[in-house]
Ligand binder design. Structure first.
Ligand code: ASP
Length: 313
């Protein structure tokens, strides 16, 4: 668990991102693959941080960072999303503003190039929080968002993964590698935001929706407590309302972010049998990254430093 206490003065800016958690070890990734992940994580964290440095909003920063990872083919979000049982892409995403508890999400979209931006539009331009399926794609198209054919999202490696999964006897415990992406930020004005985007779980049933577009499960932000983005076996994260539970523990029990994250991930999630992790930042800029898997693609940047990590420390 990485827990960093940064300054508590106003005007602190922090950006954290993740590219999924899973039970992978150093030997599972070649040096070349590690360089590729590192490059994209760096790019995403720098882009988001630049916005914060220039006085931009945490919402703009998390959206920008997530978009870069959606466009990168190595993560399970946007281009590179995993395929469902029938070999199709169905993507989920959500975003939340800690200042006013506004939130937006899309689920099961198949054509919008950047699901996180569609989620933001749902939040800002519609009267709803969550749009799903063809209605969500149609909404994105109607407001002029960039749309793509399914072939854009399917990469040689996602196709290969899907073929392999279909040759094997299904693993009753489900997946052990995730690649969802997410970001949380605190801006110069003291506002928190969180964003999460995913292709879901490989070989999922058509119509399955995970935790990522569910406010309170995969994503949550409240200026009074913290901003959280999760990754892992979504069914467990929904059942435990992981993101909101962390904020609620801080709010009602008056405990620190570090303790709240630890209780939800290491205690409740592990006891229930779920795997994954979260990135989280509180209103003072203290942050925590925790996962009960051997690996989690993650990066963060503060005034003091920028770090990129893959494995358990
Ligand atoms: N949480 C995502 C889902 O269940 C998967 C992941 O994080 O990799 O859809």
């Amino acid at each position: 668990m990485e827990t960093i206490q940064t300054a508590t003065s106003k005007g602190n800016i922090v950006l954290l991102i993740h590219g999924g958690a899973g039970n992978f070890k150093e030997s599972d990734l070649s040096p070349g693959q590690q360089r590729v992940y590192e490059k994209y994580l760096h790019e995403a964290v720098e882009e988001g941080y630049k916005i914060l440095e220039e006085g931009g909003s945490s919402l703009d920063a998390v959206e920008a960072a997530v978009k870069i990872m959606e466009d990168a083919p190595v993560f399970n979000a946007g281009k590179g999303s995993v395929l469902n049982k029938e070999g199709h892409v169905e993507m989920d995403a959500s975003i939340m503003s800690g200042k006013d508890l506004k939130a937006g999400a899309v689920a099961m979209v198949r054509h919008v190039k950047n699901p996180i931006s569609a989620a933001r539009m749902v939040m800002e331009k519609s009267n709803h929080v969550l749009l799903a399926g063809s209605g969500a794609d149609e909404y994105a198209r109607s407001i002029g968002m960039e749309m793509k054919d399914e072939s854009y999202f399917i990469t040689p490696s996602s196709l290969e993964q899907w073929k392999k999964a279909n040759e094997r006897v299904p693993d009753p415990k489900g997946i052990d590698k995730h690649g969802t992406v997410g970001a949380v930020a605190l801006d110069l004005h003291g506002n928190l935001a969180a964003a999460t985007s995913t292709g879901g779980i490989l070989n999922k049933l058509t119509g399955r929706i995970g935790d990522s577009p569910i406010i309170g499960a995969g994503t949550y932000a409240d200026n009074n407590t913290c901003a959280v983005s999760a990754t892992g076996h979504g069914e467990y994260f929904i059942r435990l309302t992981v993101a909101r539970s962390i904020a609620a523990l801080m709010e009602y029990k008056k405990i620190s972010l570090e303790l709240a994250v630890n209780e939800v991930i290491q205690d409740r999630l592990s006891k229930l049998g779920g795997n994954g992790g979260v990135i989280a930042v509180d209103k003072n800029g203290n942050f925590s990254i925790d996962h009960n898997t051997t690996g989690m693609f993650r990066a963060w940047k503060t005034e003091k430093k920028c770090e990129v990590r893959f494995f358990k420390e």
